[in-house]
Design a protein around this ligand. Structure first.
Ligand code: SF4
Length: 394
């Protein structure tokens, strides 16, 4: 082999070839500490970090916790979560509230119930709320949400921040809602490898990967603090896919990240692959490492400690807060509807009242040596910096 390339290449090209080979071999031999000392991670670096065990894993989580402390502090902000409807027009193969699931009571909160929940968030000084539902697109839905936004701004005298998470919509709809007062939007891409995305969604125009990307771009262009995230531990998913997910978030310059372990729901097509999944505790651990790596890669974004983590580990959200997350979403949906918004099995806290949820989360936050900040929006610092750079470059 060596003889062949020496004959084909000039001496200078041979030296370059040898140099590149040495660099590649060196790259493969980087320790976790050496990777963590780098400014930027390659895809291979990220895979090594996600594979880390024992002392290496401890190093990764420690580095992430240190970065969180330095750039965010030990603070946690609340988003009072109102899951206002479980009616959805889509059929994502992993989701418990997919249109095709008939073993579910559908609900749609009245405007008065939503406003009462928003008032609870205001009176309890949460700073922000998040409106979430299944995905519906229609003029009625557009104007209903627009009106609700004006009412929420009105009742809180403009002091409640609002995150929306109601799926794919047209650019002009996002714009309308932005003008009505929503300023953050969470649209999880769920899987950034298009081949994997296609495996976990029906193969039709309603579940179009490129449209989802286009929606994320619209949100960013309009001026929203834009958040996305993925599921971790899906069937057919590799560490290479997860590394690609993190690089996508970095390249897209997201402001907020909400990702959690994939937990199967018995009434979904994807649950047929349960035997092929990592054990739940490994999905949890991989999620922790994903949070740690994205915190290191994007030091000043907001990261949610997902409720799904608590479904696997009773201390799941505390562990996420300790190593990198800074946002919690206490559920303030009226209790009688909670059980019907089950995206996955064993969702925790469905029996709790909004008050229970708040005191439970407060206790959990202090267990993580952190502190809840009341009365502030807790905007993404990354967003503030990104926008100021955009303005100064114009
Ligand atoms: S993941 Fe979202 S869009 Fe898909 S079925 Fe569930 S609620 Fe609907």
């Amino acid at each position: 082999m060596g003889y062949v390339w020496k004959r084909v290449l000039t001496p200078a090209a041979s030296r370059l070839f040898l140099y590149l080979c040495i660099m590649i071999i060196k790259e493969e031999k980087l320790t976790i500490k050496e990777i963590l000392d780098r400014e930027d991670f390659t895809r291979e670096n990220i895979i090594s970090l996600l594979n880390s065990e024992g002392a290496d894993r401890t190093l990764l989580l420690k580095k992430s916790a240190d970065i969180k402390e330095k750039f965010i502090g030990n603070k946690v902000w609340f988003r009072g979560l109102i899951e206002f409807s479980n009616i959805c027009s889509k059929d994502c193969l992993y989701c418990g509230i997919r249109k095709g699931n008939k073993n579910l009571v559908r609900y749609n909160l009245s405007d008065d119930e939503i406003i009462a929940a928003a008032r609870f968030a205001y009176v309890n000084n949460y700073g922000s709320l998040a409106l979430q539902s299944g995905e519906l697109e229609s003029p009625n839905v557009t104007s209903r949400i627009e009106n609700l936004l004006y009412k929420i701004k009105d009742l809180s005298k403009g002091t409640l921040g609002v995150t929306l998470s109601v799926g794919e919509q047209e650019h002009k709809v996002y714009k309308k809602w932005y003008e009505a007062g929503a300023h953050r939007y969470l649209l999880r891409i769920e899987a950034t490898n298009q081949a994997l995305y296609n495996k976990i969604h029906p193969n039709d125009s309603k579940h179009d990967f490129n449209r989802r990307l286009g929606c994320l771009k619209s949100l960013q262009d309009i001026g929203y603090q834009t958040g996305t995230g993925v599921m971790i531990g899906l069937p057919f998913q590799s560490l290479d896919d997860l590394a690609g997910d993190l690089l996508f978030m970095k390249n897209f310059n997201i402001d907020m990240c909400g990702m959690g372990p994939y937990i199967e729901h018995v009434d979904t097509p994807l649950s047929a692959y349960s035997d092929e999944l990592l054990p739940l505790k490994d999905r949890f651990d991989l999620t922790l490492k994903m949070i740690a790596v994205i915190r290191i890669m994007m030091k000043d974004i907001n990261i949610v400690a997902a409720t799904a983590m608590q479904a696997i580990d009773p201390m799941g959200r505390e562990k996420a807060v300790k190593i990198g997350a800074n946002i919690l979403m206490p559920n303030i949906t009226p209790g009688k509807y909670r059980d019907s918004y089950k995206l996955y099995d064993n969702k925790p806290c469905t029996e709790d009242s909004a008050e229970d949820c708040q005191s439970c989360l407060e206790a959990r936050v202090s267990l993580a040596d952190a502190e809840v900040v009341y009365g502030e929006w807790g905007d993404s610092k990354h967003y503030e910096l990104r926008r100021s750079k955009e303005v100064s470059s114009k």
